[in-house]
Design a protein around this ligand. Sequence first.
Ligand code: SF4
Ligand code: SF4
Length: 176
Amino acid sequence: MSTSLRQLRLTTNCHACLNKCCSEPYDWVYLTDAEQTAIELKTGLPRDEFSAVRENEHGQVTFRVLNLPCRFLDSRTGACTIYESRPLVCRVFPFYPEPLTGHATLLPAQCRDNIVFQPVGSTNGWALEDFDSEIAEWLSSLWSEAVTLHRINDHGTAEDQTPEPQGHHREPPTPK
Ligand code: SF4
Ligand code: SF4
């Protein structure tokens, strides 16, 4: 990703948006083992109740992903009911980090009028670079866990447990 994109500061008015990125998600919400554990602890639900093992058909790599539409979205209020424990993919939206490329895409169209780009030099809002170390750790965990999941699948003890999630806008991107 370019330096300027990483440093772009923004704010979002998610209340007004009623969480379009949750109700009409852009793509898979990849989950690390630690993120699944955090959601399990928050909700008391086992991970198979809210996520599935899925193979990315472009990279043919196996990951754990959130089942969509997300069961943790309160459709009446638009609130995330696991806000403090929500996955990194949710926390950095409208940036979308793609594990297959290691790059993040900016998706301002999902936010429409509910996004404000801050002037250069502003300290308001947040920037993707604020998440640099978290994203690096997340990518490292995802890939090491993907290797483990792949081995499990090879032995036939883990399978894709759910049908294709509803609400995806498109297939995962082709690696650049
Ligand atoms: S689409 Fe943008 S403004 Fe809307 S809830 Fe998601 S991050 Fe917030
Ligand atoms: S976990 Fe929360 S923020 Fe993420 S998709 Fe579900 S409702 Fe939205």
